[in-house]
Design a protein around this ligand. Structure first.
Ligand SMILES: NC(=O)c1ccc[n+]([C@@H]2O[C@H](COP(=O)([O-])OP(=O)(O)OC[C@H]3O[C@@H](n4cnc5c(N)ncnc54)[C@H](OP(=O)(O)O)[C@@H]3O)[C@@H](O)[C@H]2O)c1
Ligand SMILES: *[C@@H]1O[C@H](CO)[C@@H](O)[C@H](O)[C@H]1NC(C)=O
Ligand SMILES: *[C@@H]1O[C@H](CO)[C@@H](O)[C@H](O)[C@H]1NC(C)=O
Length: 291
């Protein structure tokens, strides 16, 4: 208890103050001329991000499976003012495609400043019984392909002091029924990318990682999936997409976007932050730096 009073409380106050204070102001010009890759950009939040980026004058390379939809999105991006807009269609079930996609995107734009990982494989709300096959697919598309894409992009992102943006969900920070596989894949993203963020910090790799924790958003897919099962206000996808881009441009560790204002504070988990902060001091990284 004495330890608590002496160290933890002041630390907590300092930490929360630091963590929740906003540092910089976002300006749309921050994205002008930036070379941005967006996955899952044929519809939903991904498509809205592509439109915002285009209005801000970024270069975009988009991907998803549906070539027809991507074509339409790209032509709208050009109308909205994108510095350039291309698409490469393919499935993120195929890790070879994921890797080649990033390389091609880099060639199209002459580098990459921001990699926005947003696609997910479609899954419906259901009890988990024994469907290990579909769990494996969810882990591969929603998690493993994100790792493959970021590994392929990292050399270019190091050159540009760039950013990785990982679109996750409240289901990646808390548990709920009916989404076991989806939730596992989103928790995995937090475990992996939040670790990588620490490694970047400790080895002076200037590539930011922004994890986005979203509540229910009014995309067609989500509205269809929850209909008749789950009632909660859905937030607008256009504003959601803009908040993700703002957080990414400001190189924030995490972005919370939900219609309930207490979500960021309750899911922000100051206990975890303090434990992570304290545990970092116990490491000697000499062996791992500059290899
Ligand atoms: N909407 C919400 O309520 C909500 C809440 C929390 C978090 N999120 C997160 O926000 C992100 C976007 O969600 P959304 O609601 O905008 O989804 P969405 O509208 O269903 O869009 C999903 C995108 O992923 C693509 N996709 C699907 N399967 C794919 C595959 N096998 N390979 C490559 N691309 C594939 C889809 O295009 P094709 O079908 O053409 O491939 C589409 O462009 C996801 O990461 C999701 O977890 C959403
Ligand atoms: C990246 O950051 C380093 C260190 O701050 C700086 O020297 C370099 O010029 C930056 N490169 C780019 C492309 O911004
Ligand atoms: C990292 O890159 C960003 C974006 O270019 C730059 O603003 C920042 O100063 C860099 N930080 C370091 C420590 O080099």
């Amino acid at each position: 208890m004495a330890f608590m009073k002496k160290y933890l409380l002041p630390l907590l106050v300092l930490f929360l103050g630091y963590y929740y204070s906003t540092h910089d102001e976002f300006r749309p010009e921050m994205l002008k001329g930036k070379r941005v890759v967006v996955t899952g950009a044929s519809k939903g939040i991904g498509r809205e991000m592509a439109y915002h980026l285009s209005r801000m004058g970024a270069h975009v390379v988009l991907t998803a499976r549906s070539e027809e939809s991507l074509q339409k999105v790209v032509s709208r991006c050009l109308d909205l003012g994108a510095a350039s807009a291309h698409y490469i269609a393919g499935t993120m079930e195929d890790m070879a495609f994921a890797e080649q996609f990033v390389v091609k995107a880099g060639k199209l734009m002459g580098g990459v400043d921001m990699l926005i990982l947003n696609h997910i494989t479609q899954s419906s709300l259901s009890l988990f019984h024994d469907d290990v096959r579909s769990l494996r697919k969810v882990m591969e598309v929603n998690f493993l392909s994100y790792v493959v894409l970021s590994v392929a992009a990292l050399p270019m992102l190091k050159q540009s002091n760039g950013s990785i943006v990982v679109v996750s969900s409240m289901a990646g920070k808390m548990t709920q029924p009916l989404v076991a596989s989806y939730s596992a894949s989103k928790f995995a993203l937090d475990g992996f990318f939040s670790t990588i963020r620490k490694e970047h910090l400790m080895t002076s790799v200037n590539v930011s990682i922004t994890l986005c924790v979203l509540g229910l958003i009014d995309t067609e897919t989500a509205m269809k999936a929850v209909s008749g099962v789950f009632t909660s206000p859905a937030a607008p996808k256009e504003e959601c997409a803009l908040e993700i881009i703002k957080g990414a441009a400001l190189r924030k560790d995490e972005v919370y976007y939900d219609s309930w204002i207490w979500t960021p504070i309750l899911l922000g988990n100051p206990g975890r932050r303090i434990m992570e902060f304290l545990s970092l001091r116990k490491y000697n990284m000499d062996k791992f730096v500059n290899n």
